[in-house]
Write a protein that binds this ligand. Structure first.
Ligand code: UDP
Length: 326
């Protein structure tokens, strides 16, 4: 598995290890963190290789004797992808190419790629099906989409048993807290812990298809054991929730409103009919339960950066600069 030291990857490691499987993680620990895997210290079934997915030699070595590859490693924040597209291209596109080639050389039984719902940009229809138009709004979304195209092309040309899952707003314990301004749960939980107001974007009526990480892991395992290949699937809860509702569930004592960001959709909502029909997967965890688990693990965010409207304005300056229409 690539990216096993990251948020979703580490939960997938937990699930595979609890099934008694042998897991080899490749991670360069720029996004991921060793502490996400510390629960498996000294477990002989887990091997961790510190390497970059864009390094062909390292990947050939890491994959040569594995049956299934889960390719989760990626750079994932929006603003840095605008500021430094080269690093994103290298990790997310070159890294996928190199991982695919290594997997092909090894003759793996299964290759599961994690793609992003950001490929839909601002879609025309909700819920959004897989055949909606592809409209990446920033380099992160584009590079994840290019990676997906590689994966599906390898399935087409080389009959690689590969599949792509388009994840919608995955959240859960250990959700990333890198130094950069990122996904909303980490931002809000750190603010809650610090007793600071939650920074709600726009008027908070925008909705997101928040999907609990155990459901995402279930989808990855389902994809890994299916025979279908060359397909992409939406992975979402199919239950979009507004940011205002989220702040209620978090029982936020105080809220402050910050400007809406250009290019961001008012709603993300996965049409999950395809995966229900073809693979028999659907999400199980309602937002209330997911948020409850997050609050139970809130100490994880104790040392996370606490954002405020000024620091967010500063951190997102390039977002507004490049993506605004004016
Ligand atoms: N959001 C917010 N305050 C923040 C960060 C995000 O209200 O400080 C909102 C944002 O407008 C979006 C949702 O939370 O509607 C999810 O944002 P995130 O960046 O996690 O994911 P994405 O916008 O890429 O779906």
């Amino acid at each position: 598995m690539t990216g096993g030291g990251g948020f979703i990857g580490s939960h997938l490691v937990d699930a595979l290890i609890s099934q008694g499987r042998k897991v080899r993680v490749v991670d360069n620990f720029t996004v991921g963190h060793p502490r996400n895997l510390k629960q498996h210290d000294r477990n002989p079934n887990l091997q961790v290789v510190a390497a970059d997915v864009a390094d062909p030699k390292a990947m050939e070595e890491a994959i040569k004797d594995v049956e299934r590859v889960f390719h989760l490693a990626a750079l994932a924040d929006i603003v840095p992808s605008i500021q430094n597209p080269e690093a994103y291209f290298r990790s997310n596109v070159d890294g996928t190419f190199v991982t695919l080639q290594a997997a092909r050389a090894a003759g793996v039984k299964r290759f599961v790629y994690v793609a992003s719902s950001s490929c839909y940009g601002i879609p025309d229809s909700y819920p959004t099906p897989e055949d909606a138009e592809i409209r990446p709004q920033y380099p992160y979304a584009l590079t994840k989409r290019l990676g997906e195209q590689l994966v599906l092309h390898w399935a087409q040309v080389y009959k690689m048993p590969a599949i792509s899952l388009r994840f919608f707003n995955i959240y859960g314990p250990r959700a990333r807290t890198s130094g950069t301004y990122g996904a909303v749960f980490g931002v809000f939980l750190a603010q809650l812990l610090a007793g600071k107001p939650l920074t709600v974007v726009g008027d908070g009526t925008q909705r997101r298809d928040f999907t609990y990480v155990s459901d995402a892991v279930g989808a990855l395992l389902t994809a890994a054991s299916s025979q279908i290949f060359g397909r992409c699937y939406n992975i979402g809860s199919d239950q979009p929730v507004s940011i205002n509702r989220l702040t209620e569930l978090l029982e936020a004592p105080e809220i402050v409103y910050i400007p809406k960001r250009p290019g961001e959709p008012d709603c993300t909502w996965a049409d999950t009919q395809r995966i229900k029909t073809e693979l028999g997967w659907s999400a199980k965890v309602p937002i209330e339960d997911g948020v409850h688990h997050m609050l139970g693990n809130i100490e994880y965010w104790r040392d996370a950066p606490v954002w405020n409207p000024d620091s967010i304005a500063e951190a997102t300056r390039d977002w507004f600069k490049y993506l605004s229409d004016e």
